[in-house]
Design a protein around this ligand. Structure first.
Ligand code: C2O
Ligand code: CU
Ligand code: CU
Length: 503
C-alpha cells in the first residue's frame, strides 16, 4: 500500500450532482438520533457442505422511520430493505423467490455472475403477486459486497424508492485469511446510503417527488435509519458502503478529516488498499472501507459527513487495541488478454431528462443491441456525451460481469478503480475503456444506474452467446408488464407513470 492519502474526490467537479437544477441538498433531520439498523443475516432454509437454500420474500410492511406514524415501505424478508444474504463461494445456491407485494416485481442480483435473463432477474423475469419461482446457480466469484434490488423496467426506481434493495455478501477463503474485521454486525457492517423525502404522516410519495434526472430527498437514510448512530466497540470497523440511492452521489468524509482505507470495490478486494480523507461514491457502486478509531477514547464521537451535512455518528466505547496491519497486496485481480480480432464495443450515453438514450436509442425489451461470445475478452468503450450545463455523471452498469477499468480518456483509472467493478461513473465528455468478459450465457442489461435514467430508457441489452449452442430467449414486452401493473394498481394504462413516455 502506498502511503499516499487522497484528500480530494476524483471526479470532475463541474459534473457533480450539486450543479443540477433539481439538486436537493441534504438536511440534517430534526429528529432524535436512532441506533443504526444493522440488517440481520438471512437464515438459510437449509445448508449442506455443498448447497445453500434460501427463501427471499418481497413483502410490504411498515417501518418506524420517524417519530409518529410509521412509513409504509417494502422490503425483502423485512419491512424495509432486507436481511443481508450470504453466499459462500463454491456452493450451489437455491433460492425460492416469493412475491407477496400487491404488484409484479423482479429480483435482480446486482454484481452476481449468473445466467440471464431469468436467474439474473432483470425485466425478463417477472414474479407476479402471490407467485413464487425458483432459481439455482453456483456461486463462483470472489468475496464481495453485491446487492439485490427490484428491476421491473420501467418501474425499477419506484420499487427501490419504496425499499426493495438489500445487501448480498459473498465470502471466500482468500477473505478468511485477511487481517480485517469479520464479525458481522459488530465490526463488519453494511451501510446502504439512500435519501428520501417524507410527506404527510411520514409517508413516501414517489410520484410527487418525480424528477426524470433522478429522484432525491433531503433526508439521508442509512440502512433504513434516519439520523443514525453506531456504537463502536472495536478499534477498527469494516464498512461495506453501498450507494443505494436513486440518484444521489455521496461525497463522504469524517470529522477531523479522519483517514480511512478502501480495501474493496464492486467485485471484491482491491489489489492494494487505498487511503483517503474524502471519497465520492456514485449510484450502485460499493466501497469496502476500514476505519481505524485508534486516536479516540470512550465518549468521543466521530461524525460521517456527506458534503457538509452530518449523516451518521460513531459513538466510541471501550475497545481492545488492534495492531493488525493490512498487507500491501490484498488479492490478485484477473487480467485476461483481449481476444485477438475482437471488435471494440461502443456505448454512448447521451441526454438528460426524458431525452436519455444509449447509442441514440431508448431501451426496447425485445431488441438485442450487442453480442459477445462467451469466454471472449473484449474492450467496451463507454462514452458520456452529456455536456448540457456542465453535464452530469452517468454511472454505467453491466449485468453478469465484473470488468476491469482500463482507462479514462486514455489516462489511468482512479486509484481505487484497479479492482473488479460492475459500475463505473463516466464524466461528461469522457470515454472509459473497460475490459469485459462473461462466463454465463444469456440476455442481460447494460444501463445508467441513475434509476430514473434506467427507467427512462438509458438502457440497452446484450446477448452472451455460444456459437455451438445457439439459444432463443423468450423476452418480456412492455405491454404485458404494463397491463399487469395497470390491473394490480387499479389504474388505466394511460395513467400509469411510464418514464420517458407519458411525462
Ligand atoms: Cu443494479 Cu440493471 O441493475
Ligand atoms: Cu445489475
Ligand atoms: Cu444517467
Amino acid at each position: 500500500m502506498s502511503d499516499k492519502v487522497y484528500k480530494d474526490y476524483f471526479y470532475d467537479e463541474p459534473a457533480y450532482n450539486t450543479h443540477d437544477g433539481g439538486f436537493i441538498q441534504l438536511e440534517e433531520p430534526k429528529v432524535p438520533e436512532q441506533k443504526l439498523r444493522v440488517p440481520a443475516l438471512l437464515k438459510p432454509d437449509k445448508e449442506t457442505d455443498s448447497d445453500m437454500y434460501y427463501t427471499v420474500i418481497a413483502q410490504q410492511g411498515e417501518t418506524q422511520l420517524l417519530p409518529g406514524e410509521k412509513t409504509k415501505t417494502w422490503g425483502y424478508n423485512a419491512s424495509i430493505l432486507g436481511k443481508t444474504i450470504l453466499f459462500k463461494r463454491g456452493k450451489e445456491i437455491h433460492i425460492t423467490l416469493k412475491n407477496e407485494l400487491p404488484e409484479v416485481t423482479t429480483f435482480h442480483w446486482h454484481g452476481l455472475d449468473v445466467d440471464g435473463p431469468v436467474t439474473d432477474g432483470g425485466c425478463h423475469a417477472p414474479v407476479y403477486p402471490g407467485e413464487s419461482t425458483q432459481i439455482h446457480f453456483k456461486c463462483d466469484q470472489p468475496a464481495a459486497t453485491l446487492w439485490l434490488h427490484a428491476h421491473p423496467c420501467p418501474q425499477t426506481a419506484i420499487q427501490v424508492w419504496k425499499g426493495l434493495a438489500t445487501a448480498v455478501v459473498v465470502t471466500d477463503d482468500v477473505e478468511a485469511k485477511l487481517p480485517i474485521p469479520k464479525n458481522y454486525g459488530v465490526d463488519d457492517i453494511p451501510l446502504i446510503l439512500q435519501d428520501r423525502h417524507f410527506h404527510k404522516n411520514n409517508q413516501l410519495d414517489y410520484l410527487a417527488d418525480y424528477d426524470p434526472d433522478g429522484v432525491q430527498g433531503p433526508t439521508a437514510m442509512i440502512n433504513g435509519t434516519i439520523n443514525p448512530y453506531f456504537d463502536v466497540t472495536t478499534q477498527k470497523l469494516r464498512l461495506r458502503v453501498l450507494d443505494g440511492a436513486n440518484r444521489r452521489e455521496w461525497r463522504l468524509h469524517f470529522s477531523d478529516d479522519l483517514e480511512f482505507t478502501q480495501i474493496g470495490s464492486d467485485g471484491g478486494f482491491l489489489p492494494e488498499p487505498v487511503k483517503f480523507t474524502h471519497l465520492m461514491i456514485t449510484c450502485a457502486e460499493r466501497a469496502d472501507l476500514i476505519v481505524d478509531f485508534k486516536g479516540y477514547k470512550p465518549g468521543d464521537t466521530v461524525t460521517l459527513f456527506c458534503d457538509d451535512v452530518a449523516i451518521m455518528r460513531f459513538r466510541i466505547h471501550e475497545f481492545a487495541p488492534d495492531n493488525s496491519v493490512l498487507p500491501n497486496h490484498l488479492v490478485d485481480i484477473p487480467d485476461p488478454a483481449v481476444t485477438p480480432g475482437s471488435p471494440i464495443h461502443k456505448v454512448v450515453m447521451s441526454g438528460m431528462d426524458e431525452e436519455v438514450k444509449i447509442n441514440g436509442k431508448k431501451f426496447d425489451m425485445q431488441r438485442i443491441d450487442d453480442r459477445q461470445k462467451i469466454g471472449n475478452v473484449e474492450y467496451w468503450d463507454i462514452t458520456n456525451t452529456n455536456d448540457k450545463d456542465g453535464g452530469m455523471l452517468h454511472p454505467y452498469h453491466m449485468h453478469s460481469t465484473q470488468f476491469r477499468i482500463i482507462s479514462r480518456n486514455g489516462h489511468d483509472p482512479y486509484p481505487n478503480e484497479h479492482g473488479l467493478k460492475d459500475t463505473v461513473a463516466v464524466n461528461p465528455g469522457e470515454t472509459v475503456r473497460l475490459k469485459v468478459w462473461f462466463e454465463h450465457l444469456g440476455v442481460f442489461m447494460n444501463h445508467c444506474h441513475i434509476l430514473e435514467h434506467e427507467d427512462g430508457g438509458m438502457m440497452a441489452q446484450f446477448e452472451v452467446y455460444d456459437p455451438n449452442h445457439p439459444k432463443n430467449y423468450k423476452l418480456m414486452d412492455m405491454d404485458t408488464l404494463m397491463k399487469a401493473l395497470s390491473k394490480e394498481r387499479g389504474v388505466a394504462i394511460k395513467d400509469l407513470h411510464i418514464p420517458g413516455e407519458n411525462m
